[in-house]
Each structure stands twice: as structure tokens, then as C-alpha cells.
Write a protein of this length. Structure first.
Length: 520
């Protein structure tokens, strides 16, 4: 009986709050839709943190997300609370909850961490070396005595397979020069930097601006004025939920709600934080057992936003199709696997667009360009420089293939192996004794649980049992028999390519883990 009361006291209230939030969202959306009160006729884009992002949505968009996606989070949120509760009450040890944590071997670090995760996008493949650039972590403002930004570069010598880890405090560290103890500690710092970098910086360009503009234009132009068009039926399944989830990621964390009130700002500041030595109250930390990174919500937004603006507005990185589909980086397994799907998506789009008026496609591209334009220095996507088929194909390729693959392999490599470290609490000048597991005085048990919770809730794709968003269940709602046949062939083509990739030894996201849109 005492245990049951403790259980309810520790996380019963947070579940009630989550349910209350769901019902408030859902009921208000129904009321607004039915009465036309406070009607929002379109998805509004607003400049925030340097680029255009989703600012407000129609009640219909909110309602679809509430039932189609929000409900699927509840079981995983409850499990997260249960793990943290049992750890705090000493019912189970962290190893009993998560399994024993160990560091990857040097071979695993090269073959998995560098070559089988989205870090491949930030790795230069030269004739003699692999060079992973983590310099963007250096500007991250973290809380005291947490070490997310110690490592700024990782090099791998292709001939000798020697790893060099570049750190702020001790410079370059290698096993042969500095010894096993120091190198293993440097590897832990590298894993900490990478665990944050991939989720908090490296994945930003996949989510924001380009996909925000695509989702908003699909809703505002096509759904409102051309709902029966082939283009709308092609794009709607791949942009569903995107505006709402991107608004959740940046809008809520960045205090774009309720006029930026003090209460919301406090919640936003607390929502991405690690459990100890940080500003949020014990009550807030209890409510969010899935927040692993030692920084404020606004800092999390700032670094996502900086990477997004760099990619789309201030460098020449952005192109349709992506530039990284060509060049030496295609030898890296992660990118080699992704590359094999773009021709399939492009052919699919080209076949569908034969049945659509080119004028509508051009109008969509122009409106999407306008939605993304920042009215300063003519900053924007400038989509007219690309082929129309490549633009539409890039939207679907980004939403379905790149996004799903990023999430799948990040979860596989960092969570399932227990290699992920959300927060490290000791600097380099410390004596420690390396072994098969990570010492608890360096990697705190609660930090470990919080990172695992974050990965299981927000990195792993948890599909809805009722409103499935799996690619394998896609329905384009085309009317023409020819188009229905083209739509059905897409899943078959990807499944066939999976079989070929298995034979060739290439990596891919399994069919059951491919979401057809950015929705988590």
C-alpha cells in the first residue's frame, strides 16, 4: 500500500497533467472548428531565431496531431516515469533497469558511431582520414560541471585505424600517446558531445524551414484551394503532423506560446535540463523524466536554429537534391545507404506529376519559397534554381527517408547499445579506473535513465496503433487507376531495394520503422 501511494505521488500527477493537456487541446480544437470562433484559416509562418517557422496552426491541424500522434506518446512517457521512480526509490539499480553500460571498442567507435549515424553528414572523407567536425558544440551554453562541449573534432587514420580525439582541455588525445585511461575518458567525452550534437544540432536541417514551408504551403494553398489536385494528394501524407511537431520542438521550448508569459518561460527553461545542479524545481524535474541535456530549453532552440539558418540561408549547403548524394562521402556506409533511395523517390514523383498541371506545381514552389523568405538581405531557399521534380522529390525524401533513417540509427547505435551519454559530470583532470562499465562517479545513474527515456520517447519512432503513419500503410487517395498503381508501386520498390541492399551489405532503416512524414 505504501508503495502504491508513493507511485501515485511521484508520477501520478504528471500523467493527469498530460491527459488534461490532451483533452484541453482536443476539446478546444473541436469547439473552434465547430463554432468558427477564433478561426485560424491557415498555418502562419513567423520569423523566429533567424528563420521562418510555424507560428500558429488551424484547429484541424492541432486536432489531427492530438489523436494521430499525441496519444501514442502516453505509454512511453509512463514507462519513463516508472524507470526514474524505481531508480529513485532504490527498487532497482540502473543496470537492472537499462542493462550494463560499456564504452564502445575503438573498432565499434569507427564502424558504428562515425559511419552508421547522422554524424556522417558532418564527416569529411579524405584519402587518408575520416574527420568528424563537432565544432558547433563549442558555442553551447551548458550548466556548470556538465561536459557536453569538450570534444570539437574526431579523426580516424584509415591506414592504422588510430582515433584522435581533439579536446578543449588537453588538445589531441590518442591511445598510443596518452595511454588507455586518458583515451577511454576522452572517448566518454566524445560520446557525450555526440549524444547531444546529433539530437540538438545535427538533425536540425532535416526538420525545420524547408519542411515547415512545405507543410504550410501544402495546407494553405493546396488544401484550401486545390484539395482534389494530384499534387495535394501526393504531398499531404508526407507533410501531415509536420507543422505541429516542429512548433512543439521550437515554439514551446522557445516560449512562443501564451505571449511568452513568465510561467511558460519558466517551463521552457526547465524542459531540456539535466536533473541536478540546474535551475528547475524538483516538481518540474519530476514532471519531465525524459530531459537529459544540461541546458535550458531556449539554449536547445538557439543551437537548433543556428544550424538551420547556416544550412539554408548562410551557406551553399542546401540543394535539391542534396549535394551529399555525390562526392567522397558517399563511401561512408550511412550516406551510401541513403543514396540508394533518392532515384526511387524521384522516379515516383516524376511519374505522378505527369498527371498534374505544371502551373500548379510552379505556383506551389513559388508560394513555398515566399513562405520561407526572411525579409532581410533577400534570405531564403530560392527554389526556382532547382528542377521542379527534384524539389517535390526532396520534400518526400527528407520527410520519409532521411528523417526516419536518422532516428532509427541514432536509437540503434546510442540507446540499444547503451553508448549514449546525455551528461558527463567530471572533467579530464580526474583519476578513475576504467573497466567494462562506466563508473557511476563520472556518469550519474539518473542521467543515464534520463537519456534512455529521451531516446525511447523522442528518438525511437512509436507509431500510433489506431492512426498508423507507416510508409507500408500509405494511401495517396488518388482517383485515377494509373496513379493508384504508381502509389502502390512505391512501397514495393523500396522493399525490393531493401532486399538488394541486404545482399550488398548496405545499411537501411527497416520498412516497419519508416514514417511517411516528420511526426515525432
Amino acid at each position: 500500500i505504501r508503495w502504491m501511494f508513493r507511485l501515485l505521488r511521484v508520477y501520478g500527477w504528471s500523467n493527469l497533467l498530460l491527459l488534461a493537456m490532451f483533452f484541453v487541446n482536443a476539446i478546444s480544437s473541436v469547439v473552434f472548428t465547430a463554432t468558427k470562433a477564433f478561426t485560424l484559416n491557415k498555418i502562419a509562418m513567423k520569423r523566429f531565431a533567424g528563420f521562418m517557422m510555424t507560428y500558429s496552426m488551424t484547429p484541424w491541424v492541432e486536432l489531427r496531431f492530438d489523436f494521430g500522434r499525441m496519444l501514442s506518446y502516453f505509454p512511453f512517457l509512463i514507462r519513463s516515469e516508472s524507470k526514474l521512480f524505481t531508480l529513485r526509490k532504490q527498487m532497482r539499480s540502473v543496470d537492472e533497469i537499462l542493462g550494463e553500460q560499456r564504452l564502445p571498442t575503438d573498432g565499434e567507435f569507427i564502424s558504428h558511431i562515425i559511419q552508421r549515424t547522422p554524424l556522417a553528414f558532418y564527416t569529411e572523407n579524405t584519402a587518408t582520414k575520416l574527420v568528424a567536425d563537432l565544432s558547433r558544440t563549442q558555442a553551447v551554453d551548458t550548466y556548470a560541471n556538465t561536459f557536453v562541449n569538450q570534444v570539437y573534432k574526431i579523426e580516424v587514420d584509415k591506414k592504422s585505424s588510430e582515433i584522435t580525439i581533439y579536446t578543449k582541455e588537453k588538445g589531441p588525445i590518442t591511445r598510443s600517446k596518452d595511454g588507455d585511461d586518458t583515451f577511454e575518458l576522452a572517448k566518454m567525452h566524445a560520446l557525450t558531445s555526440l549524444s547531444y550534437f546529433i539530437a540538438g544540432i545535427g538533425h536540425s536541417w532535416v526538420h525545420f524551414l524547408f519542411m515547415d514551408a512545405a507543410a504550410a504551403t501544402t495546407h494553405n494553398l493546396l488544401r484550401k484551394k486545390h484539395k482534389n489536385s494530384v499534387l495535394y494528394k501526393l504531398l499531404e501524407p508526407h507533410t501531415r503532423y509536420t507543422s505541429r511537431i516542429n512548433w512543439e520542438a521550437l515554439g514551446v521550448q522557445g516560449n512562443l506560446v501564451l505571449g511568452g508569459s513568465a510561467l511558460i518561460r519558466m517551463a521552457g527553461e526547465a524542459s531540456a535540463t539535466a536533473p541536478r545542479g540546474v535551475p528547475p524545481t524538483a516538481f518540474v524535474k519530476m514532471m519531465e523524466p525524459w530531459t537529459p541535456f544540461p541546458m535550458s530549453g531556449s539554449e536547445f532552440v538557439r543551437n537548433n536554429a543556428k544550424r538551420t539558418t547556416d544550412y539554408y540561408l548562410y551557406t551553399d549547403e542546401f540543394a535539391c537534391p542534396p549535394k551529399w548524394l555525390e562526392g567522397p562521402n558517399t563511401e561512408i556506409p550511412y550516406i551510401r545507404g541513403l543514396k540508394r533511395f533518392y532515384p526511387i523517390i524521384k522516379e515516383h514523383v516524376a511519374n505522378v506529376l505527369k498527371y498534374e498541371d505544371e502551373g500548379l506545381v510552379d505556383a506551389f514552389i513559388a508560394e513555398m519559397d515566399n513562405a520561407a523568405r526572411v525579409e532581410r538581405d533577400n534570405l531564403g531557399l530560392h527554389l526556382q534554381r532547382f528542377d521542379r521534380v527534384d524539389i517535390i522529390a526532396s520534400i518526400i525524401y527528407d520527410a520519409m527517408i532521411i528523417h526516419s533513417t536518422d532516428h532509427y540509427f541514432t536509437h540503434e547505435v546510442f540507446r540499444k547499445t547503451n553508448f549514449g551519454i546525455g551528461t558527463l559530470r567530471q572533467p579530464f583532470p580526474v583519476n578513475w579506473f576504467p573497466g567494462r562499465r562506466v563508473p557511476e562517479d563520472i556518469c550519474d545513474p539518473e542521467d543515464r535513465v534520463r537519456y534512455a527515456n529521451f531516446a525511447d520517447v523522442f528518438v525511437q519512432w512509436n507509431d500510433s496503433k489506431v492512426f498508423s503513419n507507416k510508409l507500408s500503410k500509405i494511401n495517396y487517395k488518388f482517383r485515377q487507376p494509373e496513379l493508384k498503381n504508381i502509389g502502390a508501386k512505391l512501397v514495393d520498390r523500396i522493399a525490393t531495394e531493401h532486399d538488394r541492399m541486404t545482399e550488398d551489405g548496405d545499411m537501411f532503416c527497416p520498412m516497419e520503422k519508416i514514417s511517411r512524414s516528420i511526426c515525432w
